[in-house]
Write a protein that binds this ligand. Structure first.
Ligand SMILES: [Zn+2]
Length: 914
């Protein structure tokens, strides 16, 4: 899956937005004593726990973990027949599972939830047939078949009959609806099985290492289309129904099976190798497919070349589903998407919206090998799927559209990962998973963004070709099977002929990341590391990483590059005389923060920021903001630093700057807000005047997006009346003729008009949300309903999140956005408290968890206390460490407010004067 729903998560839109807005990246003041200086590569890794050592014993298969299945009965093949009835919202199913029994048993345990199993019979090769008594275990999501006779070692077939409901929870086998051109409600059925919901559609061994072949027959109404993982082998008629029989799949995990039934339309196929590639939509949306089709074909071809393995399926369908909990799902050969992640009008879409489609499509295609062909053994290793797919998504999109500078924009995602990984409640990338809830909680920024970041760091360290060849070896060795982190390191280490496990284990099995401090002493550059935390240094855990450092030395106009593997707490390297500046983390690929101690920082600033690459300027500001958040760099110093960026034209650098101002906006007293608005105007205004409202010919997509970002900030956060007036005028022009306004400016216009809008505007935007013709337009007007300032209007938006008006795939993200709004947070929080039980039943679990991320915006001491009381008294568990992380982020924000809030106005005024 790509991380999250329509969050920026996605891109990751909302979630990443939440992370972004809540970004408090911290640096620590360092005062260590000098220790032995060394560049020995052997140290450090000794403290790292190898794979599995921190797992509870009961997480090992065959042990006492009640959620796991025993290993003495193994499925090899499922012959499935499923008959969904879209009218009644139910389905009937039959399964024959070929199993190998390795020890005599009288029970067979597998997974099933919310299914009625009416019969279970095993049949042996010599015609023995034993009927089972059936006992469901709802608390562990298992079903126990008990036989009076012993089932002896050998091959057996298990015949099952069952039925269930097509649910509205967007998981398992579920129902999705949409309005057709005539306004009538149409229904389709779709599946979402990852992580542990295949068991809601058919009884199965629902753990990723029980790989098997699936042979599926779907029995549907004749006018409907049926899609599954493989090509249609045959269609026939049975009574009033159509039987669609699909080819056998490759050996694969249960969570990758998929069934979609509905009135669907397909593009013409394009062929990548022998496999036809098609995009599917509900009727009337085919005009939105060309962009997605293009990146789908380009990325599939790219992966075939990169992996050196042909696409392993017999066809590939990309299917847009009107209701979809996450962004997309890499079902083998039948990838499902929410509409915003696949369908877009190329001319009307803003750059960010197009990028999102390209990213998600490339991400899912990458999974056909990473995840589907080779699968992690258990959910603790989810990063092997997701970090790799995220890494490969960047690589593919960067190759497809180099002008988008995808790896530079990835800095924003890396910084978002820092913000969570700097918490004490962070977790290692690989982390024990006990119950299904914990598996769901693994789909977070640490698995995706941190994981992809450390892979990028390794790739840059050992080189593009070596890394690729290691990946090829890993995939070839484990094709059609399962693998662990160590298997990957072994492949990469063998090809690289380097101790890759020693280097990488610290990044995968330890929580957190290092802060590297660079200091000059005489002719030596002293480099030291310490875990980066938001709290006092005394509590900072003692940890060491092997850090591949890339360093640039400038000696006048001459440049030298150094590579150092920092394996000790501290090391030093000799530097030539006359060094005029030093930059650590050249290229910005490292998953660490850097503190350039004076005079190094001053030298970098004095020589001019334009001597740094954009990605390096990003790192510099991001690290400075983190330092300010920690109270290490005075806020006044940070604000003065921002003034040096008035002529900055890099979108990502501006993202950090603007996010830091949004953050301050949530902490400042409302009576002081005008001062912050003036500060925003002073910083952003000149850049906006320079850029102008209209794009220049041949302007890059990134610059166009920057214009939109700056405008939106000036009109909302800066509350600039001239910008607001201009926005109103341009919006009217846009409504008459969309071609008159650049597509990157439109989202800002809508956001500004909501910010200044009254009831009439609100009603207008509700109507535009309802009648939108593209998923992006729909989303834009939907989220604008959270951007108004009048509490009564925001209350109406909240009511719409639970009364059926807003799809449940979107509603939790709207509530989350409202909790992040300084105008909506109180009313949103009251609403959450009052309607928690209802939301818990109504929203997809993943959405509910993401919604709770909005509590980070409730950054007042009173709200924080109330939030803690609520979650404690209700004993709410969001799985893994999710809730702890939200609460810690909230604590840090409130602490920052308590520290800086009362003098914030004076500091801003001081910065305005200088
Ligand atoms: Zn994924």
């Amino acid at each position: 899956m790509p991380l999250g729903g329509d969050d920026s998560l996605n891109r990751r839109e909302i979630l990443l937005d939440l992370f972004r807005q809540a970004r408090f990246l911290l640096a620590l003041p360092i005062a260590y004593t000098v220790r032995v200086l060394s560049e020995s590569p052997s140290a450090a890794a000794t403290t790292i726990r190898p794979k599995g050592e921190d797992m509870n014993l009961d997480d090992i298969p065959g042990s006492s973990n009640p959620y796991r299945l025993p290993r003495h009965v193994l499925p090899a093949r499922y012959d499935l027949r499923l008959e969904p009835d879209l009218t009644t919202g139910t389905f009937q199913g039959q399964a024959t599972v070929a199993v190998s029994v390795s020890q005599t048993t009288q029970t067979i345990l597998l997974n099933a939830v919310d299914l009625a199993i009416t019969s279970a019979v095993v049949e042996g090769s010599s015609r023995q047939r034993f009927e089972a008594s059936i006992e469901l275990e709802p608390s562990t999501q298992r079903v126990r078949f008990s036989f009076r006779q012993p089932v002896t070692p050998g091959e057996w077939r298990l015949h099952l009959s069952f039925h269930g409901k097509l649910n509205d929870q967007l998981r398992g086998f579920y129902r999705s609806t949409y309005k057709d051109a005539s306004g009538a409600i149409q229904t389709l059925a779709a599946t979402q099985f990852e992580a542990t919901d295949a068991r809601r559609a058919f009884p199965c061994w629902d753990e990723p290492d029980f790989k098997a072949v699936f042979a599926t027959t779907l029995v549907v109404d004749p006018h409907l289309t049926a899609i599954s993982n493989t090509s249609v082998m045959a269609e026939s008629v049975e009574g009033h129904k159509k039987l669609v029989r699909f080819a056998d799949t490759i050996k694969m995990s249960t969570y990758l099976a998929a069934f979609i039934i509905g009135p669907m339309e397909a593009t013409k196929p394009v062929f990548v190798g022998k496999a036809p590639l098609r995009l599917w939509t509900v009727p009337g949306k085919q005009s939105l497919t060309p962009f997605g089709h293009e990146i789908a074909a380009a990325s599939l071809k790219f992966f075939e070349d990169y992996y050196g393995i042909p696409y392993p399926g017999d066809k590939l369908d990309l299917v847009a589903i009107p209701d979809f909990a996450s962004g997309a799902m890499e079902n083998f050969g039948a990838i499902t998407f929410r509409e915003t992640a696949l369908l877009v009008d190329q001319r009307a879409g803003a750059h960010a919206e197009l990028e999102r489609v390209a990213d998600v499509v490339a991400h899912e295609n990458a999974h056909m090998w990473f995840g589907d062909l080779v699968t992690m053994s258990w959910w603790n290793g989810l990063w092997l799927n997701e970090a790799f797919a995220t890494f490969m998504e960047m690589l593919a999109v960067d190759t497809w559209k180099p002008e988008w500078k995808r790896w530079e924009t990835f800095s924003v995602a890396r910084a978002a990962a820092f913000s969570v990984d700097g918490l004490l409640s962070t977790r290692p990338i690989e982390y024990p998973v006990h119950a299904p809830k914990d598996a769901d909680a693994m789909f977070d920024i640490l698995t995706y963004e941190k994981g992809a970041s450390v892979l990028r760091m390794l790739e840059q360290h050992i080189g593009f070709t070596t890394f690729r060849d290691g990946v090829r070896q890993y995939l070839r060795t484990h094709a059609y099977g399962n693998a662990d982190t160590n298997d990957l390191w072994t492949a990469l280490g063998t090809v690289a002929n380097q101790p890759v496990p020693e280097l990488m284990n610290g990044w995968i099995f330890q929580p957190g990341f290092p802060l590297v401090t660079a200091d000059v002493r005489g002719q030596e550059l002293v480099l030291s590391q310490q875990r980066f935390t938001y709290i006092s240094r005394e509590q900072s855990p003692e940890q060491i990483w092997q850090i591949p450092l890339q360093i640039r030395l400038c000696i006048g106009d001459r440049t030298e590059h150094r590579r150092v593997l920092l394996t000790e707490r501290e090391t030093s390297i000799g530097i030539p005389a006359g060094v005029t500046s030093v930059f650590v983390n050249e290229g910005g690929h490292g998953f660490y923060r850097v503190r350039h101690r004076d005079p190094l920082l001053q030298q970098l600033l004095d020589q001019g920021l334009d001597r740094l690459a954009a990605i390096e300027r990003f790192a510099l500001v991001s690290d400075a903001w983190a330092t300010a958040q920690a109270g290490v760099m005075p806020l006044s110093e940070y604000l003065q630093l921002t003034a040096r960026f008035k002529s900055e034209r890099d979108k990502n650098v501006w993202t950090v700057l603007l996010d830091s101002l949004s953050y301050l906006n949530r902490l400042i007293a409302s009576e002081d807000r005008a001062t912050l608005e003036a500060f925003v105007g002073e910083l952003v205004g000149p850049a906006m005047i320079d850029l102008g409202w209209d794009p220049q010919p041949k302007e890059s997509d990134l610059l166009r997006q920057l214009r939109g970002d700056l405008l939106g900030t000036l009109g909302k956060l800066g509350n600039d009346s001239a910008t607001q007036g201009q926005a109103t005028e341009r919006y009217q022009r846009y409504r008459k003729d969309p071609a008159t306004v650049d597509s990157n400016v439109v989202p800002a216009l809508v956001a500004i008009l909501a910010h200044t809008g009254d009831e009439a505007r609100y009603d207008e935007f509700v109507e535009l949300y309802r009648t939108a013709t593209t998923p992006q337009e729909e989303r834009r007007y939907l989220f604008s309903l959270a951007s108004f300032r009048h509490k009564e209007l925001l209350a109406r938006t909240l009511a719409r999140t639970i009364n059926g008006e807003i799809r449940t795939q979107d509603a939790p993200f709207v509530v989350g956005a409202l909790m992040m709004s300084v105008y909506g947070r109180e009313v949103a929080w009251d609403f959450v408290k009052a309607n928690w039980d209802h939301m818990d039943r109504l929203f997809p679990k993943q959405g509910l968890r993401r919604m709770c991320g909005g509590i980070v915006g409730l950054a007042t001491p009173e709200l924080e206390q109330d939030v803690r009381m609520f979650f404690t008294s209700r004993k709410i568990d969001l799985g893994g460490k999710t809730l702890d992380q939200y609460l810690e982020q909230l604590r840090i924000a409130v602490a920052f407010r308590e520290r800086e809030g009362s003098r914030l106005k004076a500091v801003l005024l001081g910065s305005l004067e200088t």
